[in-house]
Design a protein around this ligand. Structure first.
Ligand code: FMN
Length: 201
């Protein structure tokens, strides 16, 4: 088939994000100017630069109590900081629980029964049980065409890696099961790895 998005796809569900898989999940923690903590998963997420290390996530659509966006971007606008928590398969249900459309006053850490840990370089909570966390300072929020489409770029100012995830100085992706987002309500668990040398290695 071929379709132009402006004409509609004619399928039972939009196939768009099922074609861009697997996607990492940035589990974004923030603290509002009022001191309230927030946590939500974003799979329009990735690393975008090494030096300095930078990441991005994209927020689409808005919450009625947040004006033109959701709580994560709203809080980052207020404070200029956020943390990206890595999601393991073991944390999938907690991650999913934090995607609920809750009021801005609700703390998803409490809703999902997650322990918080403090960040080192920013005033923001992180998920204590996450295999790793990236502490980030806002670089830029870019508004994209369409309603409530915002891409947030952040520079990584601190990196937490759980001790058991480091083996002989390398991040050991067998120490936990990485979780990836597919299309629809589908996910993947990474439980087999292989290595490919590059032509220039
Ligand atoms: C695995 C997963 C990935 C998601 N990815 C995104 C995303 O990339 N962008 C987005 O706007 N919402 C995404 N959502 C929905 C948000 O998590 C949801 O709207 C959440 O309530 C936003 O929370 P907040 O208002 O606290 O920021 C995702 C949900 C799940 C379960």
């Amino acid at each position: 088939m071929f379709y132009r998005p402006e004409d509609g796809h004619g399928l039972p569900r939009n196939p768009f994000n099922a074609l861009i898989t697997p996607r990492p999940i940035g589990w974004i923690s923030t603290r509002g100017a009022d001191g309230r903590d927030n946590l939500a998963p974003y799979s329009f997420f990735n690393a975008v630069a090494y030096v300095p290390p930078q990441v991005m996530f994209a927020s689409t659509s808005a919450k009625p109590d947040r004006g033109d966006t959701k709580d994560s971007v709203g809080n980052i606008r207020e404070t200029g900081v956020f943390a990206v928590n890595v999601v393991s398969y073991a944390l999938k249900d907690a991650m999913n629980a934090t995607s609920a459309g809750l009021g801005r006053e609700e703390d998803e850490f409490a809703v999902a029964g997650l322990e918080k840990a403090p960040c080192e370089t920013i005033d923001c909570p992180r998920v204590a049980a996450a295999p790793a966390t990236l502490e980030c300072r806002l670089v830029q929020i870019v508004q994209l065409p369409g309603e409530a489409n915002f891409v947030t770029f952040g520079e990584v100012t601190g990196v937490h890696i759980r001790d058991e995830v480091l083996k002989d100085g390398f991040v050991d992706l067998t120490a936990y099961v990485p979780l990836t987002r597919l299309g629809y309500r589908d996910y993947g668990k990474i439980d087999s790895l292989f290595t490919l040398a590059r032509p220039d290695d």
